[in-house]
Design a protein around this ligand. Sequence first.
Ligand SMILES: [Mg+2]
Length: 186
Amino acid sequence: MRYGIDLDGVCFDFLNPFRIHLNEKFGSDLEEEDITEYNWYKNTDKFDKDDFFREFHKFGKAGAYRNFEIIPGAIDALEKIVNAGHEIFYITNRPAYTKQDTVDIMEEHKLPHRENLFYANGDKAPIVNDLNIDVFVDDSSRILGNLVENTGVKIYCMHFTHNRDVEHERITRIKDWDDFLLAEAL
Ligand SMILES: [Mg+2]
């Protein structure tokens, strides 16, 4: 089988370093569970949409993507997928300027099949279809909805407060990578 895997929120912890960055920059006090929206400027009045995206790009261009922590259990689970004879494809919506940082951090942590890295530029469905992906793991409510609408893949939603309302018969919610391994019998 062919597994499609998102990077941020699935393999790497983007949310906490960027949350802390915004709190320091704007004096907000957002905790992880306060973030109920994928675009979290809606969760505070300390910064607005323009502030949010300006800081998002500054944060990324300053090399933040090179230093994220691995989500617990990710490497073990990815290795189990490969050891069971399957293929992995990483499909991310990271901005294009993060490419070298992404290659470097994937190399540092030895993500299996890391040469299969694809930048989606907003819409993952065409890449998922082109690559004949069977199973996809993501955390973005927008992407998950898009995969339901435009692909036939089996879908896993990595649980966060910001995606708690995502619910669909084709989407299986997992709280962590152990849940995924159980569900996939790996
Ligand atoms: Mg993500």
